[in-house]
Design a binder for this molecule. Structure first.
Ligand SMILES: C[S@@+](CC[C@H](N)C(=O)[O-])C[C@H]1O[C@@H](n2cnc3c(N)ncnc32)[C@H](O)[C@@H]1O
Length: 297
């Protein structure tokens, strides 16, 4: 249904037009995105947008332009400036990885374990926007949460997101960061870059807007950074400490075998996300990883 010439679109008409344009552009969830863009402009919740539809309200100014940008496959979160992750809202934009729903399950594993501990010390390696670290700080009272990130731009976003949660943010390489904290953490969590170098993602939002540094794990199989995160976890954890790492579904076997080969991990467990895919692995540190000096023959 379109409005009379000269008459302003109702919100519902504008949403229906937006759905048609977004669907034609291949956006996977057109109605949800259209409602979230309207909610952003109207400064109300998506629920309130649906209520305004029922009362015949007018479309907000600037809606068509935002829909046009979304149709060009600019990530929704870059247009609204916000990513929702568990119970936290994160400021995001160009230069930082948009947190994904499957990572909420990774954070859940950390939170469930951390809630069994008294004042746990936790670190998130490759924190990006700070999604995991902020959620853990938000949901585990008394936790001492640290976060490590290498990218200048991601650190700038993470600083603003983590400060209100009291998280200690360190700029550095997850491979050697926090050496002064070796063998002191109760939990290490990481969602490192893990995509193989040749596997360029299909979605324009990811391929064109997520920073390459957040995507590609290094090496043909994308496993260089996941392996570095696992080695750092063995260095940073106390004996009995808990490690959780996200990975691609096809990497579950490789992650489990790299942890087995390290010889210092117990209870190596693969975890499924909400869609049933093997997307995370946890393990418990049996004893500290052998030092480099001891490994040399
Ligand atoms: C897949 S993103 C995950 C971000 C965030 N943890 C999340 O789950 O939304 C990986 C992050 O690791 C960072 N990163 C890449 N290489 C790194 C390194 N060597 N040391 C520390 N962080 C690194 C990237 O900049 C990016 O922010």
């Amino acid at each position: 249904m379109s409005s009379l010439p000269g008459a302003p679109d109702t919100l519902e008409q504008a949403l229906q037009d937006a759905v048609r344009r977004l669907m034609a552009a291949g956006v996977p969830s057109p109605r949800v995105d259209a409602e979230l863009l309207a909610a952003h402009l109207l400064k109300v919740s998506p629920g309130r947008v649906r209520a305004l539809v029922l009362t015949g309200s007018a479309a907000p100014e600037g809606f068509e332009e935002l829909v046009e940008e979304r149709a060009r496959r600019t990530p929704l979160q870059h247009l609204t400036g916000i990513a929702y992750f568990r119970h936290v809202e994160l400021a995001v934009g160009p230069g930082v990885f948009i947190p994904r729903p499957e990572t909420e399950s990774v954070a859940q594993l950390v939170i469930d374990h951390a809630l069994t501990l008294d004042a746990p010390k936790i670190v998130d390696l490759g924190t990006g926007s700070g999604a995991i670290a902020a959620s853990v700080a938000d949901e585990v009272p008394g936790a001492d949460v640290h976060a490590v990130e290498l990218s200048d731009l991601a650190v700038a976003w993470a600083e603003g997101n983590l400060r209100p949660h009291g998280v200690t943010l360190v700029q550095g390489d997850l491979a050697d960061a926090l050496a002064e904290h070796d063998a002191t953490f109760d939990v290490v969590v990481s969602n490192p870059p893990y995509i193989p170098s040749a596997a360029v993602p299909n979605e324009p939002e990811v391929a064109l807007h997520d920073p390459g540094m957040a995507l590609y794990g290094g090496g043909e199989d994308g496993m260089d950074l996941p392996a570095a995160a696992a080695a750092s976890a063995a260095r940073l954890l106390k004996p009995g400490g808990y490690f959780v790492m996200e990975h691609a579904e096809v990497q579950a076997g490789e992650v489990a075998s790299l942890l087995r080969r390290a010889g210092c991990w117990l209870s190596i467990t693969t975890h499924r996300d909400l869609t049933g895919r093997d997307r995370a692995t946890s393990a418990v540190l049996a004893r500290p990883a052998p030092s480099k000096a001891k490994r040399t023959p």
